[in-house]
Ligand binder design. Sequence first.
Ligand SMILES: Nc1nc2c(c(=O)[nH]1)N[C@H]1C(S)=C(S)[C@@H](COP(=O)(O)O)O[C@H]1N2
Ligand SMILES: [Mo]
Length: 201
Amino acid sequence: MAFDFFMKGRAPEAPKDRLPPGQYLTKGWPVLHYGDVPRVQLSTWTFRVWGLVARPQEWTYEQFLALGHAAVTCDIHCVTRWSKFDNTFEGVPFRKVLEAVQPLPDARFVMVHAEHGFTTNVPLADLDRDDVLFAHKHNGAELTPEHGWPLRLVVPHLYFWKSAKWVRGLEFRAEDAPGFWESYGYHMRGDPWQEQRYWGD
Ligand SMILES: Nc1nc2c(c(=O)[nH]1)N[C@H]1C(S)=C(S)[C@@H](COP(=O)(O)O)O[C@H]1N2
Ligand SMILES: [Mo]
């Protein structure tokens, strides 16, 4: 009886339908990446798109942000098992970039390129969604450099390593190939609900 009352009096910390298997909820926002935080100069920053697209591009930061604006509220799930609920990211919808570059019919995968040579591979179908965006804001404030300023990818429905910080370009491809973490054994797709953490999951 007492236990029952105790349980009912508590807001459920992490409802099962919101927390993927093997994850725990965190309130803070851990910083996680390989290597150093890059010192980015906006004056020389460009965003390049190449490979299987009808219209390859090279944008300045100003031109890139002018492609569009949207806000997406989502939960994020790191493969190291922390999840963070209720993040509002703001920036350029991925689909605005798709409209501008016009992928060719053979394009089925994207290699995302970031500062210091970081890469991550994502199926195009996982990027061609309303909730995928290139963010420069989180919960109303500019991203800090540690979290990816001036621009990071946000792919809410995949493990967070696919959400490359400090993105600088996209390469559209016919074949899949492992990016940085993927070449160390992380999953080629990385769906947290299917626990696609490593090769063979
Ligand atoms: N450029 C770059 N982006 C990256 C990484 C990285 O090593 N380099 N790590 C990824 C991993 S493993 C995670 S969990 C998230 C962490 O983002 P955060 O530091 O904002 O929480 O960034 C992802 N993006
Ligand atoms: Mo991660």
